[in-house]
Write a protein that binds this ligand. Structure first.
Ligand SMILES: Cc1ncc(COP(=O)(O)O)c(C=O)c1O
Length: 387
């Protein structure tokens, strides 16, 4: 069945986004700030006890960051460049968390000079750098978690450490004059198994208890990371269900006296707010009787659809043509054979689809523009229009 806009957007929202896209050459990402604001309100209502640190990497458009600033949210940054962007909007360093565990000492120092006092870490070397360049700051230690099988975009292995090492790092943080403040984890982006938070929270509780009993260190914060769902083709539970379950897990482990709870949402806030509009460049078959129809469009892996790697993220796709449909292979416009978007997963598109027709890729507001190459094959980076 062909995707229809009403399955993803109300009529007004889609009309507003489409009207903006109609004025633009493709490819273009239209970000609807109203939808972003609604997503944010919804998340904050679902987790009324938590502090939101938006993962700037998901979509760093100024109009988006201003909404977060004005709602009193905080910011999770990955680099000094994201920090500069947030600070340029009048946000103080005290509303920023340096959430990347991989950072240069000179960037830690820079963040400290700008007022940042909250840092993530998962290794001794990084912790020593923080102690030297950001003395007295609060640190939270990121632990490894399970969940990579059920996350569409896993973040395992590269970040986090084992719980035993997390305990050692918290003790070391204290001994280095830092404030061991909390434990963080990220169960994987677009995590479809809510149970992934259960085991992670249980680990945090265990770490808190051991530190209290053995070292008299009072840990205060749990950072639940991102991983909350966007609306793609693969089904997820609604956000309310994530919130109910995660709140239950927290209460089971911590009782009614919850620690400070931090969320670092990116995808769940930004994705649904964006529709990427591309154009069909060419439709072809590889021989006269070829069964496979190739649809080449002017957005590809290097134009911003990096998350189609291994066909991990499957964006809902709408075209205005109808009639008989057939499975297609969808590929980008560059001279690189890695630039195939979907070959295993078969999108059905109308046989009448032809060059010049527009393709509307829903839920593409997160991790698209920031991934787009600046000049691959000469193509300019993906343009964003915020409405
Ligand atoms: C440290 C950190 N926090 C939060 C996020 C945002 O996660 P999500 O987009 O799944 O909400 C990411 C994503 O890469 C991350 O690396």
């Amino acid at each position: 069945m062909l995707t229809q806009p009403e399955a993803y957007y109300d009529a007004d929202t889609f009309a507003r986004i489409k009207a903006a896209a109609d004025q633009q050459e493709t490819p273009v990402l239209i970000v609807d700030t109203k939808t972003f604001g609604e997503q944010l309100d919804h998340l904050m209502a679902c987790f009324p006890y938590a502090n939101t640190y938006y993962a700037v990497k998901a979509n760093p458009e100024v109009a988006v960051l201003e909404i977060l600033r004005d709602r009193g949210c905080n910011f999770d940054i990955a680099s000094r460049y994201e920090l500069d962007k947030v600070l340029s909007l009048g946000v103080g360093g005290d509303r920023v968390s340096f959430g990347n565990t991989i950072k240069k000492i000179k960037d830690i120092r820079y963040a400290y000079e700008k007022g940042v006092r909250l840092f993530a870490s998962d290794s001794e070397a990084d912790l020593r750098n923080i102690a030297e360049a950001a003395p007295g700051s609060k640190v939270f230690v990121r632990i490894l978690t399970e969940g990579s099988q059920t996350a569409d975009w896993p973040l395992s292995r590269k970040f986090g450490c084992h719980v035993d090492m997390a305990i050692e790092l918290c003790i070391m943080a204290r001994d280095l004059g830092l404030k061991p403040y909390g434990i963080s984890f990220h169960v994987g982006s677009q995590q479809r198994d809510i149970g992934a938070w259960d085991s992670a929270i249980a680990k945090v509780k265990w770490i808190f208890e051991r530190l209290k009993e053995e070292e008299n260190i009072e840990m205060k914060m749990v950072n639940l990371g991102g991983g909350f769902p966007a609306n793609y083709i693969s089904r997820t539970n609604p956000l309310e269900t994530y919130a109910e379950e995660i709140t239950r897990f927290l209460k089971e482990d911590f009782g009614d006296e919850l620690p400070d709870v931090i969320l670092e949402p990116g995808r769940s806030l930004a994705a649904n707010a964006g529709i990427l509009v591309s154009e069909v460049v060419l439709v072809s078959r590889k021989n006269r009787t070829g069964l496979d129809r190739w649809v080449y469009t002017d957005i590809g892996k290097f134009g911003g659809f990096v998350e189609t790697m291994d066909e991990a993220i499957k964006y809902p796709l709408y075209v205005e043509k109808d009639g008989d449909t057939e499975e297609v292979i969808i590929a980008g416009p560059t001279c690189d054979s890695a630039d195939i978007l979907y070959e295993q997963y078969k999108y059905e598109l109308p046989l009448s689809l032809e060059a010049g027709d527009r393709m509307y890729w829903f839920s593409t507001g997160a991790y698209t523009t920031t991934y787009s190459a600046i000049e691959f094959n000469g193509f300019p980076p993906l343009k964003t229009i915020c409405i």
